[in-house]
Design a protein around this ligand. Structure first.
Ligand SMILES: C=C(CC[C@@H](C)[C@H]1CC[C@H]2C3=CC[C@H]4[C@H](C)[C@@H](O)CC[C@]4(C)[C@H]3CC[C@]12C)C(C)C
Ligand code: SAM
Length: 362
């Protein structure tokens, strides 16, 4: 081989490696890159221990039932996964039905806009995003409705990410982010003109606790919409495969226990809401929400190699490989949940806080 060929081969290899490690993969243009993966607010050397702690939570089911510990466990989970989600999925941490001829990005945005359209919001209104993640939905909703959106998340790392994205998008005057627990929100009674939650209240150990908090902070007459993760009528607790899939979803998504779709309206009524509408948005004619997960499989393998190389080089924290592997398996459980129809991440409920409080029963 002459020296020119050797040089060209070397340059090609180096360029290819740079492309594979630094450029490849971000779900969004100028989004999070593989080389920037971190453990959120957890220091790099503690990521692996925190992952082990997270996982051992499920080996002690009693602790999952001890509801006070759940928010901390959920916070740890989001420290571990937030960067991987942003890198491999984008800034909206939820599913949406596929729409033929439209990109995932557009389908995601339409699903978010539908939520705010349902709660009849006017420009200038103040609305609440319960469990806002890094704010993908919040930004789409603020630009679509021109309402002021206040988001709350338990995870401080997400608060910082969301504020940064809001600023970059020029939406920081419409979008505010607060770090807090949605089971005890730092907002006065009757202070919001509307509220929504997208695939977030499934983390509450008791749905009643988060719904009653949302009821408290809403102004009388205003609306709340939620996209809930639930099991459907097709789920059978005596079917081994069904149980395995649901447990796989719970473990890989920090859920203290998936509820049945039947519990949702019942809980909303119990805390005082009127139920205006309820619908599983995944049912036909909607196109499968899990297609995007399934189509991504090749990319997950590529990501797995990338994460393993980066962790070996000391660029990504060690435990990142374990977290990525957990998500890899979770993607499969979610797909099986969708294909069998035993699970939906978009059971929509629309509720109104009555103008006049119902009489107290003694
Ligand atoms: C609402 C919740 C989160 C829903 C989804 C946003 C996430 C559920 C599973 C996640 C992922 C699975 C596979 C990952 C893949 C292996 C990796 O290479 C890139 C990121 C994934 C695609 C990741 C992205 C986010 C999810 C789809 C829950 C937590 C209530
Ligand atoms: C799957 S993410 C969805 C985020 C956002 N709705 C979206 O669609 O992009 C769930 C969110 O709920 C938040 N969350 C879970 N439990 C919480 C709690 N107890 N208090 C506040 N936020 C919580 C998480 O921090 C995370 O931001």
């Amino acid at each position: 081989m002459d020296s020119i060929t050797l040089f060209c081969t070397g340059a090609l290899l180096a360029g290819g490696l740079y492309w594979f490690v630094c450029i490849l993969g971000p779900a969004e243009q100028k989004g999070k890159r593989a080389v920037d993966l971190s453990g959120g607010s957890i220091s790099a050397e503690k990521v692996q221990d925190n992952y082990k702690q997270y996982w051992s939570f499920f080996r002690r089911p009693k602790e999952i039932k001890t509801t006070e510990k759940v928010p901390d466990f959920v916070d740890t989970f989001y420290n571990l996964v937030t960067d991987i989600y942003e890198w491999g999925w984008g800034q909206s941490f939820h599913f949406s039905p596929s729409i033929p001829g439209k990109s995932h990005r557009d389908a995601t945005r339409l699903h978010e806009e539908m939520a705010v359209d349902l709660i009849n919001v006017k420009p200038g209104d103040r609305i609440l995003d319960v469990g806002c993640g890094v704010g993908g939905p919040m930004r789409a909703i603020a630009s679509h409705s021109r309402a002021n959106v206040v988001g709350i998340t338990i995870n401080e790392y997400q608060v910082n990410r969301a504020r940064l994205h809001n600023k970059k998008a020029g939406l920081d005057s419409l979008c505010e982010v607060v770090c807090g627990n949605f089971l005890q929100m730092p907002f006065p009674d009757n202070s919001f003109d509307g509220a929504y939650s997208i695939e977030a209240t499934c983390h509450a150990p008791k749905l009643e606790e988060v719904y009653s908090e949302i009821f408290r902070v809403l102004k009388p007459g205003s609306l709340y919409v939620s996209y809930e993760w639930v099991t459907t009528d097709k789920y059978r607790s005596d079917n081994q495969e069904h149980v395995e899939v649901i447990q796989g979803i719970e473990r890989g998504d920090a859920l203290p226990g998936l509820r049945s779709h039947r519990d949702i309206a019942e809980t909303a009524r119990k805390v005082g809401f009127e139920v205006v509408k309820e619908k599983d948005l995944a049912k036909p004619p909607a196109q499968p929400w899990w297609t995007r997960l399934k189509m991504g499989r090749i990319a997950y393998w590529r990501n797995h190699i990338l994460v393993t190389v980066l962790a070996a080089l000391g660029i990504a924290p060690k435990g990142t490989v374990d977290v990525h592997e957990m998500l890899f398996k979770t993607a499969d459980y979610l797909t099986r949940g969708g294909e069998t129809g035993i699970f939906t991440p978009m059971h929509m409920i629309l509720c109104r806080k009555p103008e006049v409080p119902p009489p107290k029963t003694s």
